[in-house]
Design a protein around this ligand. Structure first.
Ligand code: MEV
Length: 423
């Protein structure tokens, strides 16, 4: 009989029963199925409340970045990431940035945008004016939805109305600008946008379809800069010209800019995950912001000051929250926030900007100097050694030999392991 994924009432089953169904469907052994039962700090019942159809939890390594100084404050930065070198690279870059006092940051207020899409109008420009005439009322109606946010100093601050020329004719899109304080803000903004829809329909006799947050959070920007003194950058000051050339390459070419920004997001996304935030929101905001000129561009900029030192800067949307969402629920995320020592979402966002800039510095320096493979290879060699069967001290010994011979291959690792054990 053909297997089916139409499993009615799957969500109503217990975690164990769900897992049993998956085990049967996928032919998992008992040992394989047992992997899902082993939850760590995030206990399975909490996980079961976070998303639907839970069968287990998924772990990532959490590493601590050292040497980070942000606005003259020492910060340990926990990053959750699957990629080797990210944590070490940022620790190195943070050390270089200390030569200029570390990272310095600033940010806008945490203002998120909600969009209300109005369609079916033959006179969209008149509708735009009608909505703008009611600005105060729209703001008041939005703020009625979230008295708690208003009490905390947040709330809807302003509106904007745009007429878009779409494939289906004109659309009138109202933006609400909401200061979401320490929350990521999706819930607050979506609630407000939904509540405003009937009012806007009535006002204009158009038809509202979408009422949803925009992830292009370009009113919630964080900025970071750092100065690296020319004598503090290995192998020597000549690498600075290579970094400037790498930046110019990314500025001229979206193929390179994609990788350049990926390196920045290596740090930002890892911090987003470790603090239990929505990494897709951060990624989509960053990449769309990078395209705002019409060409996809690097999020950072590198320059040389008069004395020949390296100056880096970065600006990026940062919809990170501290309250609500998984940050408040996930015990590891909560503890990560404690390690970071941040009290507000703005502080967290600014650390994220510093992390992104530092990660970029590390990547460009290595690319302009020795290339990434040397560092990657030694970590890769360790994995190969383990896969070849090395244990304990054998791992370092075998991986060292693989790197020295420049043959980081499984067959060679097996040979070397055999020789080592015969000795
Ligand atoms: C790899 O994860 C990130 C880099 O490719 C970034 C870059 O090329 O700038 C090293």
């Amino acid at each position: 009989m053909q297997k089916t994924t139409r499993i009615s009432g799957f969500h109503k089953l217990s975690i164990r029963e769900r897992l049993k169904k998956v085990q049967e469907f996928s032919g998992l052994s008992d040992d394989e199925a047992a992997l899902f039962g082993k939850s760590g700090a995030l206990d399975i019942s909490t996980a079961d409340r976070m998303i639907e159809n839970v069968i287990g939890t998924f772990e990532l390594p959490l590493g601590i970045v050292t040497n980070m100084m942000v606005n003259s404050k020492e910060v340990l930065v926990p990053l959750a990431v699957e990629e080797a070198s990210v944590v070490a690279a940022l620790s190195n870059a943070a050390k270089m940035a200390r030569s200029g006092g570390g990272f310095f940051t600033s940010s806008t207020r945490p203002v998120m945008i909600g969009q209300i899409q109005l369609t079916g109008l033959s006179d969209p420009f008149a509708a735009k004016m009608q909505i703008l005439e009611q600005r105060e009322k729209v703001i008041a109606l939005a703020n009625e939805q979230d008295p708690l946010l208003v009490e905390h100093g947040g709330g809807c601050r302003d509106i904007e109305v745009r007429v878009l020329d779409s494939a289906q004719g004109p659309m009138v899109v109202t933006h609400i600008f909401v200061d979401t304080c320490d929350a990521m803000g999706a819930n607050a903004v979506n609630t407000m946008a939904e509540a405003l829809a009937p009012f806007i329909e009535k006002l204009t006799s158009g038809r509202v379809f979408l009422r949803i947050l925009s992830n292009l959070a370009d009113r919630r920007l964080v900025r970071a800069r750092c100065l690296v003194r020319k004598e503090a950058i290995p192998p020597g000051p000549e690498v600075i010209d290579g970094i400037l050339s790498a930046w110019a390459f990314a500025d001229a070419d979206p193929y390179r800019a994609a990788t350049h920004n990926k390196g920045i997001m290596n740090g930002i996304s890892a911090l987003t995950i470790s603090t239990g935030n929505d990494f897709r929101a951060i990624e989509s905001g960053a990449h769309t912001y990078a395209s705002r000129s019409g060409q996809y561009k690097p999020l950072s900029r590198w320059e040389k000051d008069r004395e020949g030192n390296l100056q880096g800067s970065l600006e990026v949307p940062m919809a990170l929250g501290l309250i609500g969402g998984a940050t408040a629920v996930h015990p590891v995320a909560r503890t990560v926030v404690k390690i970071l020592g941040v009290e507000t979402a703005l502080e967290l966002g600014e650390i994220a900007a510093a992390v992104g800039l530092g990660q970029n510095l590390a990547a460009l320096r290595v690319l302009a100097a020795e290339g990434v493979q040397r560092g990657h290879m030694s970590l890769h060699a360790k994995n190969i050694a383990v896969m070849a069967g090395a244990v304990g001290s054998e791992v370092d010994e075998i991986s060292g030999m693989l790197v020295a011979e420049n043959k980081v291959r499984m067959d060679r690792a097996k040979e070397l392991l055999e020789q080592l054990r015969q000795r």
